[in-house]
Design a binder for this molecule. Sequence first.
Ligand code: SF4
Ligand code: SF4
Length: 125
Amino acid sequence: MEDVRENLRISSDAQSNSLSKKELVVIDHAKKVFNDKLEVGCTGCGYCLPCPQGVDIPENFAKYNDYYLFGTPETKERFKFGYEMGLLNGERASACTECGECEKLCTQEIQIMKELKKVKKLYET
Ligand code: SF4
Ligand code: SF4
């Protein structure tokens, strides 16, 4: 409830276009750094689901991007552990049989089969 009150107070006090030029530059820079590190431009919309094999496509890409955004070769094992904990066997990239159904539906025109192979290489080999 406290969070709701704070959010209401902030949105009541805030003015549109209230960010300074300097603040906008900082935001643009942060956006660029973030986008440059992103490996797969998956928005997590889920339009590609359900996969007939049960692959959780957006979660695979989210965990893949997490490694490139926040990981290092030294922390790879920790991210791999997170992948194994977060996805059941049948939901992992290796369960993809390359039927191609999901690619017809992807809103971002991602080459899902190709990208899933990279996820598999990072986390399942
Ligand atoms: S290509 Fe792979 S991930 Fe996509 S729907 Fe087919 S089995 Fe699922
Ligand atoms: S449709 Fe494309 S962008 Fe949306 S969750 Fe699936 S892979 Fe990601």
